[in-house]
Design a protein around this ligand. Structure first.
Ligand SMILES: [Cu+2]
Length: 316
C-alpha cells in the first residue's frame, strides 16, 4: 500500500502545485443577465445520457438519477489532444486493473500497474459537477467552465467495478464526453444562502445557514488538496438516521476499501459538489433538505481526521 501511495503521490504532486499557482477568472458582470446555461444529464442503466456540447461560462449541470443506485457526475477537463476514449482506455482501465490487483492482495503488482498511468494525468483539471446523488433524485451544481474538451464521470463501484471503467478498449462506460464551446452562455453567477469554505484544515460553514427546503450553497475552494489516494477535496451530504451513520460514511468514502463507494450505498446521499480546481475557485450546488439531521463529508480516506465531516440539524 505504501508503494502504491508513493507512486500516486508522485504523479499528483505536479497537479497540486500547478493548481496552487493559478487563479480563477470569473466573468465581469456590468449588468444583470437572466440567461440560463443548463446541461441536463440523465444517469440510466449505469450510463450517462446528455448533450455533446454546452456554452461556456457559468453552467448549471442537472443530474437526473433514473437508476435505483447511487451515482455522481464529476467534471474533468482533458489536456489538449486527449480524448474521452483515451481517458477510458489509458487511465480508467489502469485504475480498474490496479484496484483489481489491490483487492487480490497484490500490492506490488498494483503499484506496477499504477506506475503505467500516463503522464498527461497530471494535466487533468477538475471542475465540480453534482455530488453523490441517491437513486431517483435530481441534483444540481453550478460551475464556471472554460471552453475545451471535458468528460463527465461516475466512479461509484458495483461488484468491484468502477462505473466509469470499461474492460473493452474503444468502449465508454459511465463516462460522457462534453465539449464546452467558445460561445458564452451569458448566465449570471448564482446567489447563495450558505457559504462553505474548504481549506487546508478541512471545510466549515463560513457564512449563512442551512434551511429546510431548497438551499443554494456556495463553496469557496481556497485549497484543492490531492491526497495519496488521488481523491481531492469536495463535499457531499447524507441523511443521518442513526449514530453509526457518520463512521459508516467515513469508511464508505475510501475507494481503496472493498466496501468503499460500493453499491448498494449504506447511506442516503442527497447531493453535493465534486472537486473544483484551481484552488481559489468557487462553485455552487443546490440541496433540498427536510427537517432532520445531515452529515457533510468529503470523498477522501479518513475524512473525519482531515476536518471534512460535519453534522447539521435542520429545523422546520
Ligand atoms: Cu455511478
Amino acid at each position: 500500500m505504501s508503494v502504491l501511495s508513493k507512486v500516486i503521490s508522485f504523479l499528483l504532486i505536479g497537479t497540486f502545485l500547478t493548481a496552487c499557482g493559478q487563479s480563477a477568472a470569473p466573468p465581469e458582470s456590468d449588468e444583470p443577465v437572466k440567461s440560463e446555461n443548463i446541461l441536463e444529464i440523465t444517469a440510466k442503466n449505469m450510463r450517462f445520457e446528455g448533450p455533446a456540447t454546452i456554452k461556456s461560462g457559468w453552467t448549471t449541470m442537472r443530474l437526473k438519477n433514473s437508476d435505483n443506485m447511487l451515482h455522481f457526475a464529476l467534471v474533468a477537463k482533458l489536456p489538449d489532444g486527449i480524448t474521452a476514449m483515451d481517458y477510458s482506455d489509458d487511465l480508467g482501465s489502469v485504475f480498474q486493473a490496479g484496484y483489481d490487483a489491490m483487492m487480490q492482495g497484490e500490492n506490488t503488482g498494483a503499484a506496477e500497474i499504477f506506475a503505467t498511468i500516463p503522464a498527461w494525468f497530471q494535466d487533468l483539471t477538475y471542475h465540480g459537477g453534482p455530488g453523490f446523488t441517491a437513486g431517483g433524485l435530481t441534483t444540481e451544481a453550478t460551475m464556471y467552465l472554460e471552453p475545451g474538451n471535458y468528460i463527465i464521470e461516475c466512479y461509484i463501484k458495483s461488484n468491484g467495478v468502477f462505473h466509469s471503467a470499461s474492460y473493452e478498449k474503444g468502449e465508454l462506460a459511465m463516462l460522457l464526453p462534453l465539449t464546452v464551446l467558445a460561445e458564452e452562455g451569458g448566465m449570471a453567477e448564482p446567489e447563495a444562502n450558505a457559504i462553505f469554505t474548504i481549506d487546508a484544515k478541512g471545510f466549515h460553514l463560513s457564512a449563512g445557514s442551512l434551511q429546510a427546503g431548497v438551499n443554494s450553497i456556495k463553496v469557496n475552494f481556497q485549497t484543492q488538496i490531492r491526497y495519496p489516494s488521488a481523491s481531492g477535496q469536495d463535499i457531499h451530504f447524507f441523511k443521518i438516521d442513526s449514530p453509526e451513520d457518520k463512521s459508516t460514511a467515513v469508511s464508505y468514502m475510501d475507494w481503496q476499501q472493498k466496501e468503499g463507494l460500493e453499491t448498494p450505498a449504506p447511506l442516503h446521499f442527497v447531493g453535493g459538489i465534486n472537486d473544483v480546481m484551481p484552488a481559489g475557485s468557487s462553485a455552487y450546488f443546490t440541496l433540498t433538505l427536510e427537517p432532520g439531521t445531515y452529515g457533510a463529508i468529503a470523498e477522501v480516506p479518513d475524512a473525519d481526521k482531515k476536518g471534512m465531516l460535519l453534522e447539521f440539524t435542520i429545523t422546520p
